[in-house]
Design a protein around this ligand. Structure first.
Ligand SMILES: Cc1cc2nc3c(=O)[nH]c(=O)nc-3n(C[C@H](O)[C@H](O)[C@H](O)COP(=O)(O)O)c2cc1C
Length: 233
């Protein structure tokens, strides 16, 4: 499978979320050989969409001549778009949002009703594309936190999407937390394998991956400089 990883963390290789993404990709590799290309979005020259809509009217050319031309080509050559990003203010980091805004040339101006919503008719054929979101966050809670990012992703990619959300993500970069992060990365790897083999991840596994690794209060206490709950009494 040709996988395009859009790494939306400004921390690039030091991203907590990317550690989760790499475990997922390792699981996919366990199932079959994959062709993976990773783009650090923050490093790319991506102008903001100006909202002129000329790309939707003149056959799909944006007024900006920047890295988005190459990225749109890469998107259209992929089987799977893997959006790996940290939760920022309940959404995606700004550089990744700028990239998504600039995918407008893939849509035409015409709109059609699909079920009870409207969507633009595509100017390119991306019916074979699948979409994966892997999002880590800093708080221990998933509820009252991930919902806006998840809702946006579902609306952007109504079919063929799969979503992994992982709270307490900074723990993945803390070697002293390996006792809880290693088993969690094993679950993520299992999910990657399942996804490659079946195109789906069992809901129970997704829920396990999305649950806190240590109790919320203990996590908050560590972040707040309190006691270390991983330390043996
Ligand atoms: C600007 C900014 C906004 C953030 N907003 C949230 C948030 O809304 N909810 C949350 O749980 N964590 C939030 N975080 C914490 C990050 O999601 C967390 O540190 C994550 O592990 C960073 O992942 P990364 O290393 O992959 O970039 C925010 C961090 C930053 C820098």
């Amino acid at each position: 499978m040709r996988i395009l990883v859009l790494n939306g963390s400004p921390k690039k290789e030091n991203s907590d979320t990317l550690l989760i993404t790499r475990a997922f990709l390792a699981g996919m590799e366990d199932a079959a050989k994959q062709e993976v290309r990773l783009i650090d979005v923050v490093d790319r020259h991506i102008e903001y969409c100006t909202g002129c809509f000329s790309c939707m009217q003149n056959g799909g050319t944006c007024i900006h001549n920047d890295d988005m031309r190459e990225i749109l080509d890469a998107i259209l050559c992929s089987d799977l778009l893997l959006f790996s990003f940290p939760l920022y203010c309940y959404g995606m980091p700004a550089p990744l949002k700028a990239l998504i805004d600039r995918t407008l040339p893939l849509s035409g101006m015409a709109m059609q009703k699909v079920g009870d919503r409207y969507e633009h008719v595509g100017q390119a054929d991306f019916s074979g594309l699948r979409y994966l979101m892997i999002c880590g966050c800093g708080f221990p809670n998933s509820r009252q936190n991930f919902e806006p990012a998840v809702a946006q992703f579902r609306l952007l990619f109504p079919s063929g999407h799969t979503i992994l959300t992982v709270p307490e993500a900074p723990m993945f970069s803390a070697p002293e937390a390996a006792v809880v992060t290693a088993p969690r990365l094993d679950l993520v790897r299992k999910a990657g394998r399942q996804y490659a083999e079946t195109g789906m991840i069992a809901p129970a596994l997704l829920e396990q991956i999305g649950s806190p690794m240590i109790p919320e209060e203990q996590y908050a206490a560590i972040v707040n400089g309190g006691f270390d709950p991983l330390e043996k009494k």
